[in-house]
Design a protein around this ligand. Structure first.
Ligand SMILES: *Cc1c(COP(=O)(O)O)cnc(C)c1O
Length: 430
């Protein structure tokens, strides 16, 4: 068993400072045993905690670090920029550089606006959708996460009601009434909802690759169906690509599937490990944003030069030929090894994967495409596995509903070692 002595002490102190001892809830390790690990440093595919334990890291800061920790090019670019100060609240050439780097390669959007988090990007994108269409309601899907935006912290209501109920205290019913919640992968539900409320629906928002509540891979035909009904009914199709953008392809799931969304949001990878989010759309839509148009949106630290630098350095590497093919190849190597082991040993375990994302599933099941197809009891299997993974030097997000990420720093050598350790844990738990 690894020692967590120092982490435990630090967590006790943190509990006096922050609600639950953390600044974002999943970090508190509530779904697994023991105190959260306090991380001291990261390098490449590895992290070290305050007790000196070393781990191969598959959390990668929940996705942003697609080049791994402490990547030399990212570090150097940040350091260089820092010499000139940290923030001006005025335009800088670095914003132009990152904007150009993205727009030159992204056929789906004409203009982009930088903000400071994924949540902020989604919140702004929803306001744009409403401002542009003059309609009030939005449609979201059960099992998709869009940050902690009031109107999106909503789940399906009871019975047949399409109106959502809040998943958090502090959200007025008036807000949730404007959000319609539907199951994923259900064309009939979408058609029925549009028939009833279509005239007042501003946008349908979806994670085209839902990866915040397990990995609920949708069929391409379903996403194409959404594109079609949105166009036919003057509803904007909103792809929240905060997790999939720059992850499955440079221009995200839109590029992977060849489907054009009307509004897109990015976050995570776009900032190279610093706080950046962004939303983008056509010239026509983006002309609604202040100061050009009457949809207000602003930010004191938006387009922060240090954060832009990290994004430029990281996305420059992502933009290189073959980057995503290589990411996927290494991911498959890792996932196939583990899945083959589970199969050969008749262990009811499978890693589901797309691009360089993977998700651990337990028990026997068909493809899981809807939130309610996840068997909640399998989270106990995850919990058991989690402690053993830590003991074997593997760090992943501390919840069975979270996915894992592979970075460029996860070389075949690292992945071979990690797969061996994973299989040892599976054998031990059998
Ligand atoms: C992470 C995430 C968000 C929220 O981004 P934050 O930077 O945590 O605010 C929104 N949407 C999706 C799809 C995400 O994965």
């Amino acid at each position: 068993m690894i020692s967590r002595h120092k982490s435990e002490q630090l967590f006790e102190k943190a509990k006096h400072l922050f609600p639950g001892g953390v600044n974002s809830p999943v970090r508190a390790f509530r779904s697994v045993d023991g105190a959260p690990l306090f991380i001291k440093k990261g390098d490449g595919a590895h992290i070290w905690d305050e007790d000196g334990n070393q781990f191969i890291d598959f959390c990668c800061s929940w996705g942003p670090l697609i080049l791994g920790h402490n990547h030399p090019q990212v570090r150097e670019k940040i350091t260089e920029t820092l010499q000139n100060g940290t923030s001006f609240g005025a335009p800088t050439v670095l914003e132009n550089e990152l904007g150009q780097l993205i727009l030159d390669r992204n056929p789906f959007i004409d203009k982009i606006r930088f903000v400071s988090s994924g949540t902020e990007a989604v919140m702004s994108g929803v306001r744009l959708a409403r401002g542009y269409t003059g309609k009030n309601k939005i449609v979201k899907f059960e099992g998709c996460y869009h940050g902690h935006v009031d109107s999106l912290l909503v789940k399906a209501g009871s019975g047949l009601a399409t109106f959502g109920t809040a998943t958090s205290a502090g959200i007025p019913e008036g807000f949730t009434k404007e959000t319609l919640v539907l199951p994923l992968n259900d064309e009939a539900a979408v058609l029925k909802c549009i028939e009833e409320y279509g005239h007042d629906i501003a946008c349908i928002i979806i994670e085209p690759i839902p990866a915040n509540n397990g990995l609920l891979l949708q069929e391409k035909s379903y996403l194409e169906f959404l594109r079609k009904v949105c166009t036919e009914n003057n509803i904007l199709l909103f792809f929240d690509e905060v997790i999939s953008g720059f992850r499955v392809a440079f221009s995200g799931a839109a590029e992977l599937y060849g489907i054009r969304p009307d509004i897109v949001t990015y976050g995570k990878i776009i900032g190279g490990g610093l706080p950046v989010g962004a939303y983008g759309a056509s010239d026509e839509l983006m002309a609604c944003i202040s100061p050009l148009g009457d949809v207000y949106q602003a930010g004191t630290l938006s387009g922060n030069p240090v954060a832009m630098s990290a994004g430029i350095a990281q996305l420059s590497v992502c933009a290189q030929d073959g980057f995503y093919e290589d990411q996927e190849k290494r991911t498959r190597f890792f996932v196939d090894k583990i899945n083959a082991f589970a199969k050969a040993n008749e262990i009811a375990f499978e890693m589901v994967t797309i691009g360089s994302i993977f998700w651990l599933t337990f028990g026997k099941h068909d493809a899981i495409r809807k939130a309610d197809e996840i068997d909640a009891s399998t989270m106990l299997d995850f919990k058991k596995m989690y402690g053993e993974l830590l003991n074997h030097g593997i760090y992943i997000g501390p919840s069975g509903y979270e996915v894992g990420f592979i970075s460029q720093a996860h070389t075949y050598e690292v992945l071979e070692e990690a797969a061996t350790r994973f299989c040892e844990v599976l054998a031990q738990l059998k």
